[in-house]
Design a protein around this ligand. Structure first.
Ligand code: G16
Length: 544
């Protein structure tokens, strides 16, 4: 079949952010926009010629069209084999699982994660490497550089591939295999956790749970694993049908966007367990009756209890957390006598540590938790980990949480997001903080004394690469911290994130309301950054 060479010119701004290139659907729909980016991936990674590639996405609006474009470009550029999820679907952790299982040279994931979907909403694309994880910065920088010089892309003139028909077909010289997007992933989960114990918990007659798939990708995965394989009651999975616009919702599993589920956990007859995942299935939220587990606490609890679960019985080697994630995990690492790494925001920074066997568990405050089983954060994995823990410890979520705080102390934690802020104002605010940094150590702010203040820079302990300007960190003598950074996943304006943490060793104070406990620190953070004067905002848009 004849390869067609189409002349093109570069588009501005195809720099991948925290997790790939995310833009409005309308931007992606411009003729040549997606093609340029995909060709840049193919030009940057010569190993893809003659190699194999996994392709799939979270099913949001434009997923199917984008996949057809990618299949044609990949075939025209000599990719030998393409593994595609039926219907064009794959959760992000399932792509990682399939890349690793079938030893492909990488994968292309189509998603804008927790951002809304639909014709006027968001779309995204990212490349995952042969280890199954998001491409490191060296690769995304090279892809971006290529987007700035690209002058042609290669494609084929072929009818669309039937994405709904499992089996093998060909496109030019390329073999395309349409596979069940769920099976390999579900098998992996079954190998890691004690399904008998969870099955028993579900059938004990006194355990009520719901999993909210938020009309996003985890619906089919959760139905297969929770209802079919583990015997949870039909209907345990709510909002389980993936929709192109997520039913008009915001598929972000947090207290603000999963309110229907949160409400079900309230009251004396609230659910024993509630969990949710996001657009592409890599995030998780964990709830107990009248109780919310912060992602930072969740990571620490999983680390402290991992030895109780089959897949982690031999113990964990080390932990990593992103810089803004609370230091609760460090306390567990200290107790276990293992390393705890602090990395920049972005799952890609965990890849080298996982590959080198330096860590087993990793997590981020942004509702991401995972382990060395794949190279992405994994929403359903975290849910199954918690379910296995509940089954083994025979305690409620609240009991496990309270017990953890009693043992290790409590790192109160909250994140305040100011969304849709004027970009210049947001950058001005960060510059202002940067200028303050040298004079902050030793200064008294409210009742706190600054012990260090910096713009976080990270040197990867495995390959020595350096990532600078990763967020402003202000640490206090009490152990409290304030962190400021601008989100790298938004598609319009800027989102200012302010992360606040405060350590409380006294169990008598562990059940205070988080926002009350954090108030003094919140006021320091607002004043220091001049948030109101610089952004015009008196209150954050989202508090988690
Ligand atoms: C992505 C990254 C995460 C990161 C999160 C938030 O998550 O994979 O590593 O923590 O964005 O990033 P930001 O604070 O820059 O918005 P996801 O679920 O969107 O892929």
């Amino acid at each position: 079949m004849e390869t067609i060479r189409i002349a093109t010119t570069p588009f501005e701004g195809q720099r991948p952010g925290t997790s790939g290139l995310r833009k409005k659907v309308k931007v992606f729909q411009q003729p040549g926009y997606l093609e340029n980016f995909v060709q840049s991936i193919l030009d940057t990674l010569p190993e893809l010629r003659g190699g194999s590639l996994v392709v799939g996405g979270d099913g949001r609006y434009f997923n199917r069209e984008a996949i057809q474009v990618i299949l044609r470009l990949a075939a025209a550029n000599g990719v030998r084999r393409l593994i595609v999820g039926r219907g064009g679907l794959f959760s992000t952790p399932a792509v990682s699982c399939v890349i690793r299982k079938y030893k492909t040279q990488g994968g292309i994931v189509l998603s804008a994660s927790h951002n809304p979907g639909g014709p006027d909403e968001d779309f995204g694309i990212k490349f995952n490497s042969a280890n199954g994880g998001p491409a490191p910065e060296s690769v995304t920088d090279a892809i971006f550089a290529r987007t700035k010089t690209i002058d042609r892309y290669l494609t084929l003139d072929t009818p669309p591939v039937d994405l709904d028909q499992p089996g093998v077909c060909t496109l030019g010289e390329t073999e395309i295999e349409i596979i069940d997007p769920v099976r390999d992933y579900a098998d992996l989960m079954e190998a890691l956790f004690d399904f008998d114990a969870i099955h028993h918990l579900f059938n004990s007659g006194h355990f009520q749970m719901r999993f909210d798939a938020m009309h996003a990708i985890t619906g089919p995965y959760a139905i297969e694993i929770l209802e079919n394989r583990l015997g949870a009651a039909p209907g345990t999975v709510m909002n389980g049908v993936p929709l192109e616009d997520f039913g008009g919702g915001h598929p972000d599993p947090n207290l603000a966007h999963a309110q229907e589920l949160v409400a079900l956990t309230h009251g004396s007859d609230g659910l024993d367990f509630g969990a949710a995942s996001d657009g592409d299935g890599d995030r998780n939220m964990i709830l107990g009756r009248n109780c919310f587990v912060t992602p930072s606490d969740s990571l620490a609890i999983l680390a402290a209890n991992a030895h109780l679960l089959p897949g982690y019985r031999q113990g964990i080697r080390g932990i990593a957390r992103s810089m803004p994630t609370s230091q609760a995990a460090n306390r567990v690492a200290d107790f276990l006598g293992i390393e705890c790494f602090e990395t920049p925001t972005g799952w890609k920074f965990f890849g080298n540590l996982l590959d080198a066997g330096r860590i087993t568990l990793c997590g981020e405050e942004s509702f991401g938790t995972g382990s060395d089983h794949v190279r992405e954060k994994d929403g359903l994995w975290a849910v199954l980990f918690w379910l296995n823990l509940l089954a083994v410890r025979q305690q409620s979520v609240a009991e496990i949480l309270t017990d953890h705080w009693r043992r290790f102390g409590r790192n109160f934690y909250t994140r305040h997001d100011y969304e849709g802020v004027d970009l210049e104002a947001a950058e001005g605010l960060v510059d202002h903080l940067r200028r303050l940094l040298p004079d902050l150590p030793g200064r008294q702010l409210g009742a706190e004394t600054v012990s260090y203040a910096d713009d976080f820079a990270y040197t990867d302990p495995i390959d020595g690469s350096v990532s600078e300007r990763q967020g402003i960190r202000i640490g206090f003598a009490s152990g409290a911290r304030i962190v400021y950074r601008l989100s790298g996943t938004g598609t319009s304006g800027a989102t200012l994130r302010v992360y606040l943490e405060y350590f409380e060793p006294n169990p008598a104070l562990h059940h205070r309301d988080t926002q009350d406990a954090m108030r003094p620190l919140v006021l320091i953070a607002r004043e220091l950054a001049q948030i109101e004067t610089r952004t015009g905002r008196t209150e954050p848009d989202v508090v988690t």
